[in-house]
Design a protein around this ligand. Structure first.
Ligand SMILES: Cc1ncc(COP(=O)(O)O)c(C=O)c1O
Length: 366
C-alpha cells in the first residue's frame, strides 16, 4: 500500500483519480479537447469568474505557473511590490530578478503577517507602483496571509494584485466578486487533489488581452498559450494528457465534496485533530490559531536529546506516513500537512503513530 503523504504536494490522491490515468489520449482528439475545455471552465467557475476571467493552463510544476504569470503579465515598465514572509514570496522576487522586472519587497518574519497600514505607506511612497504580488497561504510556515485586506487595499489604490495561491486554491475562499485581483497561479496537485505536472493561471480578460509581447520566454508565454488554445482548442505543445485526465477526475470529486467549502471543512477538521493531538503530546506549534491555515502545520523540533528529525521521520515512514521537513530559516522545525485525500480517521491514525514513535525513541515531552 502507498504511504500516506502528510505533505503540501504532491499529495495523496484518490484511487479513481489515479485510475483516470490508465488511458492514452490523442491530444488533438475531440474527447481530449472537451476534457481540457471542461477543466478550464471548472477552474474559472471556482472563483466565480465566468465571463471575466480566462484560464490558461501551463505544463510543469507550480513554479512554472508563477513564472509564466509574472513574465507574461508584467513588462519592463512595471513596478512591483512583493509581500514576503517565506520562501515562496522570496521565490517570486528571484523570478523578477531573473527577468529584470523592477520590484521592491516588504519582508516580515516567517511567523508574521504584513501590516496593511505599512503596505499603504509603501504604496503612497512609491507612486509608480503598478503591481502587488502576494502569497495566499505561505506554505513555508502554513501561515494564512490576509488576502482580503491586501486585495481591498490594492483595489482602493488601483494597483493590480497577483496571487500565488498554490497551496490554497480549492480549499480557501477566492471569489473574485469579494476578493479583487487580476491574476492567480495555482496547480493541480495541491488542494484540488490532482497529480503533479500541470499548473494554471486565472487571468482577468482585460489584463490578458494587453499581454502580447511581454513574455521573456517562448514556452512560458501565457498570451501565446491562450491565443493558440482559443484558435483551435488545442495546446500549443504536447499536453500532459494523463495528468489532465486525472485532474478532470479530481475536479469532479472536488465538486462532489461540496466545492471549496466542502474541502475547507474536511481540511479544517484534519488540521484541528493534528493541532490538538500534537499539542496534547507536548509538541509546540509555530503559529497561533488565528494565523494557521488548514493546509500544513509547523511544529518546533522538541529540545530533547533523543529527538533527531531524521530518526523521527524514518520511524513514521516505516509505519506508512511521510511528514515534511521544516523550511524556516529561524528555527528547527518540521511540518505535517493536512491536505490531500485524507480524512479525520487518517489524522487520528497519524497521532497514534506519532505517540508510538515517541515511546520507541524514549521521548517524553510533557
Ligand atoms: C505557495 C507556493 N508557491 C509556489 C510553490 C511552488 O510549487 P512547485 O514546487 O510545484 O514548483 C509552492 C510549492 O509548494 C507553494 O506552496
Amino acid at each position: 500500500m502507498d504511504k500516506k503523504l502528510l505533505t503540501p504536494g504532491p499529495l495523496t490522491t484518490s484511487l479513481s483519480t489515479k485510475e483516470a490515468m490508465l488511458h492514452d489520449w490523442g491530444s488533438r482528439d475531440i474527447n481530449f479537447i472537451e476534457l481540457n475545455s471542461d477543466i478550464r471552465q471548472s477552474l474559472v467557475a471556482l472563483i466565480n469568474g465566468q465571463n471575466v476571467f480566462e484560464c490558461v493552463p501551463m505544463q510543469g510544476s507550480g513554479t512554472f505557473a508563477v513564472e509564466a504569470m509574472i513574465g507574461s503579465l508584467t513588462n519592463k515598465k512595471s513596478k512591483i511590490l512583493i509581500l514576503i514572509n517565506g520562501a515562496y514570496g522570496q521565490r517570486m522576487q528571484k523570478i523578477c530578478s531573473y527577468m529584470s522586472r523592477n520590484c521592491i519587497a516588504y519582508v516580515v518574519a516567517e511567523h508574521e503577517i504584513h501590516d496593511c497600514n505599512k503596505v499603504e505607506n509603501i504604496i503612497d511612497d512609491n507612486k509608480d507602483l503598478t503591481h502587488i504580488f502576494a502569497v495566499y497561504c505561505e506554505t513555508t510556515s502554513g501561515i494564512l496571509n490576509p488576502i482580503q485586506a491586501i486585495a481591498d487595499l490594492a483595489k482602493k489604490k488601483k494597483i493590480s494584485l497577483f496571487i500565488d495561491a498554490m497551496s490554497a486554491f480549492g480549499a480557501l475562499p477566492l471569489d473574485v466578486n469579494k476578493i479583487h485581483f487580476d491574476a492567480v497561479a495555482a496547480s493541480a496537485n495541491k488542494c484540488l487533489e490532482g497529480v503533479p505536472g500541470v499548473g494554471f493561471i486565472l487571468i482577468r480578460k482585460t489584463v490578458l488581452k494587453l499581454a502580447k509581447n511581454n513574455a521573456h520566454s517562448f514556452s512560458l508565454d501565457l498570451f501565446d498559450q491562450w491565443q493558440a488554445m482559443e484558435a483551435n482548442a488545442q495546446w500549443r505543445f504536447t499536453p500532459p494528457t494523463h495528468v489532465l485526465a486525472a485532474f478532470h477526475q479530481a475536479l469532479k470529486e472536488h465538486l462532489k465534496e461540496g466545492g471549496v467549502m466542502g474541502r475547507y471543512q474536511r481540511y479544517k477538521e484534519n488540521c484541528k485533530i493534528i493541532c490538538g493531538g500534537m499539542t496534547a503530546m507536548g509538541f509546540k506549534r509555530l503559529l497561533p490559531d488565528e494565523l494557521q491555515a488548514p493546509i500544513i502545520i509547523t511544529f518546533i523540533q522538541p529540545d530533547h536529546p533523543n529527538f533527531k528529525f531524521k530518526k523521527f521521520y524514518d520511524a513514521l515512514s516505516e509505519k506508512g506516513y511521510l511528514i515534511y521537513p521544516g523550511k524556516l530559516t529561524v528555527a528547527d522545525t518540521f511540518r505535517i500537512g493536512c491536505i490531500g485525500h485524507l480524512t479525520s480517521k487518517d489524522m487520528h491514525e497519524v497521532l497514534g503513530v506519532v505517540k508510538e514513535t515517541l515511546k520507541e525513541l524514549d521521548i517524553k515531552l510533557n
